[in-house]
Design a protein. Structure first.
Length: 147
């Protein structure tokens, strides 16, 4: 499980780093921001799509391992399933975050920045530590308070 955790952590850090490098490049003026600020129609479409994408991504990213079929696969296949579904969860959260960051600087619309921050705030809850990977691939016994 240690190898899987390291692979997932690499993806986790890499995509956050991509967003941070993008922020640095735009903030220091290396790349020009606000290039698409005049295209209000495409901005509206992009904003609508990214708002919906962000809502779905936040829900899926945080709840993905609770779906019965995925949970059953995680418990039975452990490491291969954790790599597959852990990667999926990270991509579901971090790719829209990077896209929102990019769109923020293209349109200079704070809504995209807020959407990226929402997804960034979800990331600590799915950080692929070794202990979390082990916990998510073991069956949790239900506690019955009546007994």
């Amino acid at each position: 499980m240690k190898k899987v955790s390291k692979q997932l952590t690499l993806v986790y850090v890499l995509l956050v780093a991509v967003a941070l490098v993008m922020v640095a490049l735009y903030e220091f003026g290396v790349l020009e921001s606000g290039v698409l600020a005049d295209s209000k129609q495409t901005e509206f479409v992009a904003m609508t799509v990214m708002e919906l994408t962000t809502l779905v991504a936040a829900f899926l990213g945080l709840r993905l391992f609770k779906f019965p079929k995925i949970h059953a696969e995680l418990v039975t296949r452990k490491e291969p399933a954790m790599l597959k579904w852990g990667m999926m969860r990270l991509l579901v959260l971090e790719v829209p975050m990077v896209v929102n960051t990019y769109l923020y600087y293209m349109y200079m619309n704070p809504t995209f920045g807020y959407l990226a921050i929402i997804l960034l705030l979800c990331l600590p809850f799915v950080m692929p530590t070794e202990n979390r990977c082990i916990d998510e691939t073991t069956e949790q016994e239900e506690v019955n308070p009546e007994k």
